[in-house]
Design a protein around this ligand. Structure first.
Ligand SMILES: O=c1ccn([C@@H]2O[C@H](COP(=O)(O)O)[C@@H](O)[C@H]2O)c(=O)[nH]1
Length: 238
């Protein structure tokens, strides 16, 4: 994966809006994230559009199903040759191993296998919701660390987590282990539906390998200026 990218979440309803947004960046090559909303509407063709423009791509579909289905789905996604894909760690070790197998089988002979990471606990989940609603016992940190061990057992490359958990992960999980962290907000930003938010500077200080920023950039009046500000704060750290 490229060094410490700021990944822009292209959370748009269709290709036209996403491409219009990207024109703001002129010919800058970004690391972009395509999630369910855009992929379910535009499918593989849009990934080819982005590749043609030279962007790095995180295909954020968070697969979570029985191992055979995940393996077959990953095999299909592998042929897209994106940079980064993911599953839910809660699918279990067998499912995560199957994801990796599917990627290996589906990657063309001269291609490189995408980095594959697993979502631990969504950044929109608070510890209270995790314990009371989802009935997961223990602290949120314990749960995230437990899942990180399972991700490592499965041979995946790292996790999606909140930057709040990165220092703890570094303490418990041997490197290399990517930590890709959404839920990034500057102090002046609204949290929206995110619960475990961290500023770009702190994410950098805690040691995140990548930050994911959506609305802070996509809904800014001047997305390029917002991107540059996030990028500056992320690069400077503390
Ligand atoms: O735990 C997770 C996993 C994925 N996401 C995704 O990241 C972006 C964040 O967007 P913001 O607008 O910056 O909140 C979004 O696409 C989510 O699907 C996440 O937030 N948390």
């Amino acid at each position: 994966m490229t060094q410490r990218p700021l990944i822009v979440a292209l959370d748009f309803p269709d290709r036209e809006e996403a491409l219009e947004f990207l024109t703001t960046f002129k010919n800058k090559k970004l690391f972009v994230k395509v999630g369910m909303e855009l992929f379910y509407k535009e499918g593989r063709a849009f990934i080819y559009d982005l590749k043609e423009q030279g962007h790095h791509i995180f295909l954020d579909l968070k697969l979570h199903d029985i191992p055979t289905t995940v393996k077959r789905a990953m095999k299909q996604l592998a042929s897209l040759e994106v940079d980064l894909v993911n599953v839910h760690a809660m699918g279990g070790v067998e499912m995560m191993r199957a994801a990796k197998e599917g990627l290996m089988e589906g990657t063309p002979a001269n291609g490189s296998i995408p980095t594959c990471i697993a979502v631990t606990q969504l950044t929109s989940t608070s510890e209270e919701v995790m314990q009371k609603e989802l009935k997961i016992a223990g602290t949120l940190n314990d749960h995230v660390i437990h899942l990180c061990h399972r991700v490592k057992d499965a041979g995946l490359d790292g996790v999606v987590c909140s930057a709040q958990e990165v220092q703890l992960i570094r303490k418990h999980i041997p490197s290399p282990f990517y930590t890709v962290t959404p839920g990034i907000r500057r102090n002046e930003d609204a949290s929206d539906d995110q619960q475990r938010v961290v500023t770009p500077q702190l994410a950098s200080h805690y040691g995140s390998d990548a930050i994911v920023v959506g609305r802070g950039i996509t809904r800014a009046e001047d997305p390029l200026a917002a991107y540059e500000q996030y990028e500056k704060e992320w690069r400077q750290g503390i």
